[in-house]
Design a protein around this ligand. Structure first.
Ligand code: ADP
Length: 500
C-alpha cells in the first residue's frame, strides 16, 4: 500500500487558471419529458412488481439538483429469498430446458426495446446518476443495447464458443452493480448470464436504481418468462443477503475493492463461483514521440470522462520528462475549456458527482494532495449553486509515494508524474495494488508491444483510452479483481465446461 509522505502544506500551491472562452455556448438542455419516472418502485420478482416485505422504501435523488426523483423498495433478507426462489423456479421450469435459439430471441428482443426506448433511458440515467446527457445518450445506452445484441448472437452458438466441450449453465446468478454505469453494468451482467442459460437476481446501486427498474419494465415487455430476471433494490445489506443466500450459484460483482474482499470472505468454502471487478488506478503513459495533441485529448477522456467515476480511469499520468512542460501546459488549457454543470445540457462535459458522500471523498483527496505538497491546478469555471459538483483538477509535482498517486479517488482528479526511461515508467506504473487498465501513447509500434507485454493491467489501450466493445474482455489483476466480462471470456464466467 501507499507509503504516506509527511509534508507540511505549502502556502500557495493552488493555481486557478484564467482563460477567456472566446465563444461561450448557449444552454442546450435535453427535455425531461422523455423520462417516465414513477413516484414509487416496488421489487421486480417473478415477472411482477411486488411490495417489499420490509415495507420500507428509500429515496433516490438527482445529484445535480438534490431533488427527490422517486422512492424505491428496500429489500430485506425475506425479499431476497423470494427473488432467489423465483429465479430457481424459472431456471428449473423454463430456462434450463428452453432451446438455445429461443433463449436468444428474448435477448434480441430486449436489445431492440432498449434501442426503441433509448432516449427515455438516457434521460433517466442522467437524472438519477448525474452523468452528462451526451454520455448516457451516445455511450451508455447504445453500449448496453450492443451488449444484449452481442450475447443474443452467442446463445445458440455455445458449441462453437467452447469446441469439444459441453457448456452447462450454473443456475441462479446474484449480480450486484455499482453506480457509475448503471444500465451498462446491468447489461454486462444480465446478457451473458441469459445467453448461457442462467437465471438472475440483480441489484443496482442504491444511488442509481432507476434505469435497472426501467429495464424491468422492458423485460416484461419482451415477454421473458417470469422469474428469469428479477430486479431488487436496496443497499449493502441487501447485497450481502444475495451473496449469502445458499441457493445462489454464482456471484457477479462490480464495485469497491473493500466490498469485493468482504464478498470473497463470505463465499470462501462454498461452491459459489464469482467474478469480481473492483477498483483501479490506471497509468496513462505519454512518450516523447507521441502525437502530443492527440495524447492530451486522450488524457482528458481518460480521467474527466464521466466525472472520473470510472474504475479504469487514467488517473495517473506519466509523461516523459522532455515533453512534460508542453503536455502540462496543454492540459491546463484544455481543463479550462471543459464545460462543467447541468448534466442535462447537451454541451456539458463534466456533470454532477454521483452522491454527497462521493463528493466528500473527492474533496478529501484534493486536500490530501495539497498536504502532500503537490501543485494543484483547477479550472476557473463557476459551479452551480445546488448539486454535487467539483472543478476538474490536476496535480503536478506528484511523488510516486503520494496517496493521490496510489489510491483510487473516483473523481475528476489527475495526478501527473514524470519519467525518463521505459524501465523506470514500467516499474512506476506497475507499482500499485491495482491492475485494471493502462494507456500508452507513442509513435512506435515496437514500444507499444514492449509496454503492453510488461504492464500488469487487464486492458492496455494504445494511442486511445476508454474504448469498449462487447466482443473484447474486460477485467483486472491483483486488487482490481478477477474474471473477465465481455467477449468469449464473459461467457465462460457463467458456465461449467464438461467433456463431451
Ligand atoms: P462504491 O464504494 O463504489 O459505492 P460499493 O462496493 O460500496 O461501491 O457498492 C457497489 C455495490 O455493492 C452496490 O450495489 C452496493 O449496494 C453493494 N454492496 C455494498 N456493500 C455490500 C456488501 N457487504 N455485500 C454485497 N454488496 C454490497
Amino acid at each position: 500500500m501507499a507509503v504516506q509522505k509527511k509534508t507540511s502544506p505549502r502556502k500557495s500551491n493552488t493555481v486557478r487558471l484564467k482563460f477567456d472562452t472566446a465563444w461561450p455556448y448557449s444552454p442546450a438542455p435535453e427535455s425531461k419529458s422523455a423520462a417516465q419516472i414513477k413516484p414509487q418502485y416496488d421489487l421486480f420478482i417473478n415477472g411482477e412488481w411486488q411490495k417489499p416485505l420490509t415495507k420500507k422504501y428509500f429515496k433516490t435523488i438527482n445529484p445535480a439538483s438534490e431533488q427527490v426523483l422517486s422512492e424505491v423498495a428496500d429489500a430485506g433478507e425475506a425479499d431476497v429469498n423470494k427473488a432467489v426462489n423465483a429465479a430457481r423456479a424459472a431456471y428449473d421450469k423454463h430456462w434450463k430446458n428452453m432451446p438455445a435459439k429461443e433463449r436468444g430471441k428474448y435477448i434480441f428482443r430486449i436489445a431492440r426495446i432498449i434501442q426503441e426506448r433509448a432516449r427515455e433511458l438516457a434521460v433517466i440515467e442522467t437524472l438519477d446518476g448525474g452523468k452528462p446527457i451526451k454520455e448516457s445518450r451516445d455511450f451508455d445506452i447504445p453500449a448496453a443495447a450492443n451488449h444484449f445484441f452481442y450475447y443474443a448472437g452467442w446463445a445458440d452458438k455455445l458449441e462453437y464458443a467452447f469446441p469439444n466441450r459441453r457448456p452447462e449453465a450454473l443456475g441462479v446468478a446474484a449480480q450486484i452493480i455499482p453506480w457509475n454505469f448503471p444500465l451498462l453494468m446491468t447489461a454486462w451482467k444480465i446478457a451473458p448470464a441469459l445467453a448461457t442459460g442462467n437465471t438472475v437476481v440483480l441489484k443496482p446501486a442504491e444511488t442509481t436504481p432507476l434505469t435497472a427498474l426501467t429495464l424491468a419494465d422492458i423485460i416484461r415487455e419482451s415477454d421473458l418468462p417470469p422469474g428469469v430476471v428479477n430486479i431488487i433494490t436496496g443497499a449493502g445489506n441487501t447485497g450481502a443477503a444475495m451473496v449469502n443466500h445458499p441457493d445462489v450459484n454464482k456471484i457477479a460483482f462490480t464495485g469497491s475493492t473493500e466490498v469485493g474482499k468482504i464478498i470473497q470472505r463470505s463465499i470462501a468454502g462454498t461452491d459459489k463461483k464469482s467474478t469480481l471487478e473492483l477498483g483501479g488506478k490506471a497509468a496513462n503513459i505519454i512518450f516523447d514521440d507521441a502525437p502530443i495533441d492527440q495524447a492530451v485529448e486522450g488524457v482528458i477522456n481518460a480521467i474527466y470522462f464521466n466525472q472520473g467515476h470510472v474504475c479504469c480511469a487514467g488517473s495517473r499520468l506519466y509523461v516523459q520528462e522532455s515533453v512534460a512542460k508542453e503536455v502540462i501546459r496543454k492540459l491546463k488549457d484544455r481543463l479550462e475549456s471543459l464545460i462543467v454543470g447541468d448534466p442535462m445540457d447537451k454541451n456539458t462535459d463534466i456533470g454532477a458527482i454521483n452522491s454527497r458522500s462521493q463528493l466528500d471523498i473527492i474533496h478529501k483527496y484534493i486536500k490530501i494532495g495539497k498536504m502532500e505538497g503537490a501543485d494543484m491546478y483547477e479550472s476557473s469555471c463557476k459551479l452551480p449553486g445546488k448539486g454535487y459538483f467539483v472543478r476538474p483538477t490536476m496535480f503536478t509535482n506528484v511523488a510516486q509515494s503520494n496517496r493521490i498517486a496510489q489510491e483510487e479517488i473516483f473523481g475528476p482528479v489527475l495526478s501527473v508524474l514524470t519519467f525518463r526511461t521505459d524501465d523506470e515508467v514500467i516499474e512506476k506504473a506497475n507499482n500499485t495494488p491495482y491492475g485494471l487498465s493502462a494507456g500508452v501513447w507513442t509513435d512506435k509500434g515496437s514500444k507499444i508491444f514492449n509496454m503492453t507485454r510488461r504492464m500488469k493491467a487487464g486492458v492496455v489501450w494504445a494511442n486511445t483510452f476508454n474504448k469498449f466493445d462487447p466482443a473484447s474482455p474486460f477485467g483486472g489483476y491483483k486488487e482490481s479483481g478477477f474474471g473477465r466480462e465481455g467477449g468469449l471470456h464473459g461467457l465462460s464466467a457463467y458456465v461449467n465446461l464438461r467433456n463431451l
